[in-house]
Design a protein around this ligand. Sequence first.
Ligand SMILES: C[S@@+](CC[C@H](N)C(=O)[O-])C[C@H]1O[C@@H](n2cnc3c(N)ncnc32)[C@H](O)[C@@H]1O
Length: 275
Amino acid sequence: MGDGQEQRPASPADVYEAVFVPAIFEPLTRATLDLARPQPGERVLDLACGTGIVARRAAPLVGDGGSVVGLDLRPGMIAKARSLPAPEGAAIDWREGDATALPFAAGTFDLVLCQQGLQFFPDRTAAAAEMRRVLADGGRAVLAVWRGLEHLTLFRELTEAEARHLAKLGVSYEEIALPFLMGDEGEIRAALAAGGFTAITISEATITASFPSADRFVRDVETAYASVMPQFVDDPSAFEAFVAAVAADLAPALARYRDGDGVRFTLKAHMAVAQ
Ligand SMILES: C[S@@+](CC[C@H](N)C(=O)[O-])C[C@H]1O[C@@H](n2cnc3c(N)ncnc32)[C@H](O)[C@@H]1O
């Protein structure tokens, strides 16, 4: 990492997969699958799959006799997921689609996994009802949603810096902080209950995020965010100025979490199991 921009992947989905997945979503996937325990032969839906890390790790667990579908709203994410090497085990069917109107018959899946997706859905009750509808009797949904920013070291300082500099581009705090604005477990419980789930258990997972380059941290994170918040890169020169301003603001906090050339810090998520 870090020796020349010409070697960097270009698209937001590429950067998401190259930078964010190993640093954050791969460790979180271990927590999600530890809780979900996919069994051989099960039919799994990875909802809001992004570039597909959860689906790829679930496929060997359900094996050849099982099946995995990864579904995401963004064509770029699905294209990236399709381009990656297939894992052992179940074949993965990658689908573009909307969590609030799933293109599957009732009772199609034994397990729905939704890692850091629920907070992005415009109608969370509709999405929960769709999860419930596509689950077979006795099936379960397992979701991960970030806790509030007060539980997310470094991301709190990062989000505050982003908010300061993006306000002048007309981007609201709610847009910037969207991934972290469903920190109240009551909101998760309420959405799942409104969608028809009756047995809902919520626990907490703590993961260690580990980015290999402190020097590139801000640029990498902002470019990866652009895969879920495209307005970050609408104007390339404004984006460059924004990255420089955020990096300057974040320097003291980054120094606290520095680990060799990289950065390490902890993040907490609520983990919900709904039946
Ligand atoms: C933070 S990413 C998480 C991706 C993946 N689950 C992971 O753990 O790496 C959130 C994803 O939600 C997707 N998303 C947002 N709204 C959606 C919707 N209505 N239906 C399906 N996917 C959606 C985005 O495209 C994005 O890929």
